[in-house]
Design a binder for this molecule. Sequence first.
Ligand code: ADP
Length: 237
Amino acid sequence: MTTKEKGYVREDGRKNNELRSPIKAEVGIIPNADGSAMFQIGKTIALAAVYGPKKMHPQHSQDPEKGTLRCTYNMNSFSVEERIRPGPSRRSTEISKITEWALEPVLMLDKFPNMVVDVHINIIQADAGTRCAGINAAAMALAHAGIPMKDMVSSISVGKIDKTLVLDLDKYEDSEFKDGEGSTDIPVSITHAGEITHLQLDGKISKEQLMEVIEMAKEACGKIYEIQKKALKEAIK
Ligand code: ADP
């Protein structure tokens, strides 16, 4: 519900800068993979499985300077209420690419010339924020696979509904308000050191508010990082 005078009130009772709950993370969930992880936030659940590094085929795709990160994002047909058509789509191709860009800056791929690291991300339950959940799961799975990393990556989305910034939209907020005039949804991925590796923005926002978005995302990613770290530590135990 929105009223210009009272500001935006969230239907699930969350504060504007509050993450969904529960947030759950687990590592090592797929025994056959070289690394794997699950990340859940609210009703959104992402699974990631890493295979490799392995020789890149076909040979002409090999990069003699460094290894290649190849991410495949897939939203399972049963992940939403209305079953979606299985197989690749423009959306999944775009999100796969974005996931690679979000993660590549922390990976030491120069250690694996001519090789490929495959990351398969499956969204088994979708309630908005799936690309961020996928990135969170993939970052943990890469660390679990022992791929050398300079840092961890955590990801969250900040929405702008009318003029109000709200953290971590759920599907209701996303579909109800996102396409309204002046509304937008801004996924951001950030390393623990504070470097932004990914930011998407397809609406209008002032420079001041964008800085506020980044601050909100940084604070939230700090909390997500702690959950990712705890899950990885538990796997080592
Ligand atoms: P994200 O999941 O990263 O927020 P979008 O903004 O594209 O990405 O999607 C928002 C939400 O809308 C998804 O998480 C999912 O719940 C829903 N959704 C996306 N695409 C479809 C689709 N083809 N059919 C049904 N629901 C969809």
